[in-house]
Design a binder for this molecule. Sequence first.
Ligand code: FE2
Ligand code: ZN
Length: 465
Amino acid sequence: MSKPTTTIARHLAKLGRRTGVSLHPFNRLALPSTQTPQSRSRSLSTASPKERRPASEPRPTTIPTATFDQQHTTVSWPDGRESRFDNYFLFDHCRCSKCFQTQTKQRLKTLTELPTDIQPVSVETDTAGLHITWSTSPPHKSTYPSQFLKKAAYDPPLASYHEAEDSRILWNSKIVQSPPTVDHQDLVHSKAETSERGILKLLNRVHDFGFCFITDVPPTADDTKWLIERIAPIRQTHYGGFWSFTADLSHGDLAYSNEGLPAHTDTTYFTDPAGLQIFHLLSHPSPPGTGGTTLLVDAFYTASLLSTLYPNSYSLLSRLRVPAHASGTPGTILRPTISQPAFSHDEKGQLSLVRWNNEDRGVVGRGWTPEEVKGWYQASRRFEELNRSEDAEYWVQLSPGTVLVIDNWRVMHGRSAFTGSRTMCGAYVGADDWKSRRAVLTKKYEGRRKDPAAISGDVDWSVGW
Ligand SMILES: [Fe+2]
Ligand SMILES: [Zn+2]
């Protein structure tokens, strides 16, 4: 595959110094949270009267103060910051047993049950947080842990609680020196805790790097399927669930041919693209077979380069919605209910999903201005050039026994053309499913350290964010 010879390649060399975007692999997007765990709080109802501090005693500096009026309750934090909350918002987020089912962790009140003129009749603060007695009849009492309020603050947001607590690491071709890898033994250990910790390690690496190898896997379809099912449920699609195939175009997709495939993400034609793409090369005797080298590109890395080099292009690819489709399999015409742009961001503004598949792209331009059509093509060519640069491309020859797990929302895959008989197997896993598994295992084995909203007590304030 020929490499682009545009000015982008020359820009790359200078980029680090000029913009602060590091081109080194293992450059952390954002450091993990360095917040120290705050003192454990306790709900007011469990404190005995004698443990309550007399009003005259000086307040420890860790306790906020609060005031209220008809519309708002304002919390003043010991460090001088203030958070203002709409009273209706606070009442809506009450997690007392009347408002919140602690076992199912679901809201119990409908919005129309909340009086629109709801306001406190009194507010109190202590180490447990903020206590409000509401103007209802009979009076309703709510307790909000300080950690919850800091994380929920929106007027203004508290920066330390809104910054990405993210350990994602951008990488480029140099990752070839030390690609993320876990050993199969760690995932299938007879001791449940050991294997769960192994799966967490795998999913953490997938989260941090967007992919991970699993080594020493028995090179059979059955073992691979069994392994994937231990990680998360296999997602059913029009390709089936677990698949195993040779290049026979059996599914009307170029993936089922022996042609080379440029870096792409899969299933851009789903409303919810596949979360994990898992591959296992079971056999490709070579010789006589040749080629079939796997290509990986960190699209979050190349998107960050695009954002730095061409902010307007990044903006267009984040805004203009691109139809995608899968129409080559008889009996199937897939396209997302709502077309999406190439780059989707989460509510914090962080890039969270890249959809990039030129083969499956539909007809662009509907509803766009002529300038946007021109700008979108320019932006897309620039992004493609970045993805095809030697700096970005990581080529790796898979072999039987090594499973590749890819975060399909972030890392693009491709392959060189090949000859000979090549058998691959694998499966998709839904993004919500693997992230759920990771969250559950994180909670189980890493606990509060990773969860600034974790509060002791019956109510789990860490859910629902
Ligand atoms: Fe693919
Ligand atoms: Zn309540």
